[in-house]
Design a binder for this molecule. Structure first.
Ligand SMILES: [Zn+2]
Length: 333
């Protein structure tokens, strides 16, 4: 029987194993790195969909090629590994954080309404499960490598906007939207009845009105004439607003920096909600597949899954909350 660890070491060189199936390795694209190397930059995972992952982004092509080779070689010969305690791990199974084995068959079969699905959907489920364990394993390094505390976010903003007054904050933020968009601004319950149409207006209207119609907006624009903040009424233009209920202002920046620098999602602004957290306004993922993968990873990293409900209300800059201004602290236009 093949030992998958031996196959991985043949391809990648020495591996410093952290679990039975995951460890640090030398990045196959290390020669292309443009930032200093750290020992914990690159990891290989043999369970689920076998994956090499590096925190640098200049090596993406070399890592992608190495991933194809790793999957081809491991896929060519199914393997079985006996773990301490007699647990059996087969190729494609996922070794969870608590040590239990989630079988490939169970992942691909799904549950409940998902039981009838195409082979493509089944393969994607395995990919999502692999992303979840991968994110769980690299979480500590991510928060260390991409550490971006609040004061540094303020200091590094390409445009210094945090001290602007409420009206200026609001109009600065409005300029992020394409001119044709209809944007909702209100309080959480300013939605659902025809009288709420007044909260759904073109950007130019809001520009005149100012930040006086409520503390919330939405990362998505709506069809003209909408009065309900529902997914059916979206016009297709949107931002992905990343937030967390559990990560503080000095922690959540690491997620923003990771999305921006490593995954190359464009960051438009960061908003201080005048509460415990910051919201990062990013360009939306290109399609449903990438969105699903991003969701799987971000949830494990501590982000709020509501981010992916497109009609979710979020704090609007320029409005006051208990005497404190909801404001933009980082902006690139
Ligand atoms: Zn690399």
């Amino acid at each position: 029987m093949n030992d998958p660890r031996a196959i991985a070491q043949r391809l990648l060189g020495a591996i410093d194993w952290q679990t039975e199936v995951s460890g640090y390795c030398r990045c196959p694209g290390e020669a292309q790195h443009t930032h200093p190397n750290r020992k914990q930059d690159c990891r290989v995972h043999l369970d689920g969909a076998p994956t090499i992952f590096c925190f640098h982004s200049s090596c993406l092509a070399a890592v992608a090629e190495a991933n194809r080779r790793l999957r081809r070689e491991l896929g060519a010969s199914p393997w079985v590994m006996t773990l301490p305690g007699g647990r059996i791990l087969r190729s494609g199974d996922v070794l969870q954080k608590d040590g239990t084995v989630l079988s490939k068959a169970a992942i691909m079969a799904g549950s409940g309404a998902l039981r009838t699905s195409t082979s493509r959907q089944q393969a994607e489920r395995l990919m999502l499960e692999s992303i979840r364990v991968l994110a769980e394993r690299f979480r500590p390094e991510l928060f260390e490598i991409f550490h971006w505390p609040y004061q540094q976010i303020l200091a590094e903003s390409p445009l210094q906007v945090s001290e602007r007054d409420a009206d200026d904050q609001f109009r600065t933020w409005l300029r992020l939207w394409p001119a044709h968009c209809h944007v909702w601004i209100g309080d959480v319950y300013s939605t659902g009845q025809p009288k709420h149409r007044t909260h759904f207006r073109p950007v130019s209207d809001w520009y005149q009105i100012g930040p006086v119609m409520g503390n919330y907006t939405c990362g998505s624009a709506f069809k003209p004439g909408s009065f309900r903040r529902s997914n059916d009424n979206l016009n297709g233009e949107r931002f992905m607003v990343v937030e967390s209920d559990t990560l503080g202002k000095d922690e959540v920046g690491a997620i923003f920096a990771y999305l921006r620098r490593r995954l190359h999602y464009r960051l438009h602004c960061i908003i201080d909600t005048a509460g415990k957290s910051l919201h990062g306004w990013f360009e939306a993922p290109p399609d449903a597949i990438w969105e699903g993968r991003l969701k799987a990873g971000l949830e494990v990293l501590g982000c709020d899954p509501k981010v992916f409900t497109h009609s979710q209300p979020v704090r609007v800059p320029g409005a006051w909350r208990n005497g404190k201004l909801q404001r933009i602290v980082w902006l690139e236009q």
